[in-house]
Design a protein around this ligand. Sequence first.
Ligand code: ZN
Ligand code: ZN
Length: 340
Amino acid sequence: MKAIRLEEPGRFAQVNLEPASAPLQLDEALVRVHRVGVCGTDLHAFRGNQPFFSYPRVLGHELGVEVLDVGGQAEGIRVGQYCAVEPYLNCGTCIACRRGKPNCCVKLAVLGVHTDGGMRETLVVPIRKLHPSKNLTLDQLALVETLAIGCHAVDRAGLEKGEFVLVIGAGPIGLGVMQFAIEAGAQVIVLDIQAQRLEFCRGRLSVPYTIDASRENALEALAEITAGDLPTAIFDATGNGRSMASAFEYPGNSGRLIFVGLFQGEVIFNDPNFHRRELTILASRNARPADFSRIISLIEAKRIDTSPWITHRASLSDVVAEFPLWTKPETGVIKAMIEV
Ligand SMILES: [Zn+2]
Ligand SMILES: [Zn+2]
């Protein structure tokens, strides 16, 4: 079968992979991959700055698939169904799995990151990782994982209706956070340093408040918007150490700080600054199984709009030529979608 493999940093190749020949296990399904969304993780792998990453690797963890065969009876999963895939392969027995948090399993293997993913025609996945929908398009199903990152982060914060929320970073992760914060009834403020991205948030996501930190003093702007209170939930979706450290300046007293983007290094903060506010700091990693089914229902109910997301599109054979362009912010890429 045709596949695209990242052979080493900076070099994709079209390869021919043997389709799986072993019979399916009772808990496995064979799926036809139709859509693969591309995200920051894939770009980092391409540039060679994704930690704990080994080459060669078939990328692709944001998938819209069709069920071709199942190894055994599985409740709710039938041949021919279209599904989103939860790409987090967890062990089921570690402390996190036992506590119902497979998203941070001690032995977590993410499809397309730690193990070969979906940039190929067919794939075998555990049946329990499939999340079907009758109505969603394959494009929408391939967006569910990326949206799930934002959904889980907003869940971690436990937002209240009407509270002011700041999202730092208007890239794809930040956009997901904004959509679910709006859905939770929060008043969303977004901070970025690119005017074009802020314009997009106002125009396409109806975010009411934006701050351009390249021109404005962020703290003053936040105080003005919130009548001096400051926002009570701050999401950092930049994965930038400097941004994460300065995020400690922004929460109102009693607020919480949620790190969604991750950064390879230390974030240092001033303890009195943290204590005075009685701040809560939360990490948010991947997403939980229930987020996938919830997002599918929200898209079905038209409460989450997926139309702003896909800006670029390519066939599997065009990935080798097109992928390097998607690493350039000046192409205005939000989400590139591969049609397999
Ligand atoms: Zn992703
Ligand atoms: Zn585990």
